[in-house]
Design a binder for this molecule. Structure first.
Ligand code: SF4
Ligand code: SF4
Length: 90
């Protein structure tokens, strides 16, 4: 039992010691007059950046979480959403 606890403690220390991978940052913008409110961008955003307003159009609710992955841009059928990379993200 004591040996198991020691291994767990050791693993926890190793995890803390590893530097966190820095994710790219992005800035997303919605052209609301082009948006038809299909919700695809909201559904596909892996970071939960976008939320629907009362008309089902996306609002950028958590801009700080955007990683510039472009999934929202790729899936928008009406080209109503664009993403700009920040801080030299590639
Ligand atoms: S670029 Fe990626 S993380 Fe940013 S809002 Fe679009 S889907 Fe979400
Ligand atoms: S995918 Fe495009 S059209 Fe659909 S809700 Fe998002 S911005 Fe609007």
């Amino acid at each position: 039992m004591a040996e198991t606890e020691t291994k767990e403690e050791s693993t926890a220390v190793e995890k803390e010691a590893k530097p966190k991978k820095k994710l790219p940052r992005g800035e997303v913008h919605v052209f609301d007059n082009w948006c038809k409110g299909c919700g695809l961008c909201i559904a596909f955003c892996p970071q939960g950046v976008l939320e629907a307003n009362g008309e089902g159009h996306p609002v950028v609710a958590h801009p700080e979480l955007c990683t510039a992955c472009n999934w929202c841009y790729i899936h928008c059928p009406d080209l109503a959403i664009v993403v700009r990379k920040l801080n030299g993200a590639s």
